[in-house]
Design a protein around this ligand. Sequence first.
Ligand code: ZN
Length: 151
Amino acid sequence: MSRSNELYQQVILDHNKNPRNYRTIPDAALVCEGHNPLCGDHITVYANVDANGTLADLSFQGNGCAISKASASMMTAYLKGKTLAQVREIFTEFHDMVRGEFDPRSRENHLGKLTLFEGVKEYSSRIKCASLAWHALMGALEKKPSATTEG
Ligand code: ZN
C-alpha cells in the first residue's frame, strides 16, 4: 500500500470514528437532507451564514458508509469560516477532482487536505459517497430541502 493510501485509510477511519461537527444546529437557517441511493447514505447538513456572507456554522448528521461520513466531517471542518464565494469555488474543485476531471497537482487550488479524497476517482461507486455532503451543502445554500447525488 502506498503512503498516500495509508494516510487516506487512517484519516477516513479517524473521521468516521470521531466525526467533527456531528450535531444539529437547532436554529439553522439552512438545512438540506442529502441522499445517495446508490449506497444508501443519508447526510443532513445544517448551516448558518452571517451578514458578511461567511459560513458561520456548519454541521451534519446522518447514517452512511465510512467515506460519506468522513467526507462530511472533513468538509464541515474545512469550510466553517469560509465565505460563500470560497465555498462554491472549493465545491467545484472537489467535485471535479473526485470525478477525475481535475488533478490537484496540475494547478493552484484551494483543496488543502481535501486532496486526500482524490483516490476515490478510481472507484466510481465511491465518488457519490465522497460528494454527498457537498451536494447537501449546495442544496442548503440554494434553500432546497433535499438533494441527491443523482442527476
Ligand atoms: Zn456510501
